[in-house]
Design a protein around this ligand. Structure first.
Ligand SMILES: NC(=O)c1ccc[n+]([C@@H]2O[C@H](COP(=O)([O-])OP(=O)(O)OC[C@H]3O[C@@H](n4cnc5c(N)ncnc54)[C@H](O)[C@@H]3O)[C@@H](O)[C@H]2O)c1
Length: 103
């Protein structure tokens, strides 16, 4: 069973993607700062193939990628009104550094 790391797993798209990946047979690591306290994931928490990780994606290290076959990078400030006014925040959140650990 392959493992997929989903960043932004607690968000609108990430939470749905995690459910779909589990349904089709992947193990899923759901990494997020979880601003919304795992609310959207409450149905997934009981699934033994789902592992929530409370972490900032800008500080992801090699250990987070151990055994990971693919990364779906959805962490963003997209629904945060501050992002619309200050798009620089979004650019910082998705810094070029993180491109280096994309699979
Ligand atoms: N929702 C849409 O209709 C839509 C449409 C097109 C593209 N997108 C893109 O898809 C992506 C996800 O969108 P969404 O609607 O699910 O957003 P969302 O705001 O619902 O979820 C984003 C998640 O990222 C997390 N996050 C933010 N910064 C983080 C960090 N540094 N480390 C870890 N987690 C962090 C937040 O806690 C949140 O749970 C975004 O890049 C967005 O631009 C969304």
């Amino acid at each position: 069973m392959e493992t997929v790391l989903v960043t932004g797993a607690g968000g609108y798209i990430g939470s749905t993607l995690c459910a779909v990946l589990l349904e089709v047979g992947y193990r899923v690591i759901g990494l997020d700062r979880y601003y919304f306290v795992l609310d959207l994931l409450r149905d997934l928490i009981a699934n033994p193939n789902f592992k929530p990780v409370v972490h900032d994606e800008r500080e992801v290290s090699e250990e987070h990628l151990e055994g990971v076959a693919a990364v779906c990078d959805l962490a963003a400030l997209s629904n945060d009104p501050s992002s619309e006014e200050r798009y620089v925040l979004e650019a910082v959140a998705r810094s070029t550094e993180q491109q280096n650990w994309r699979v």
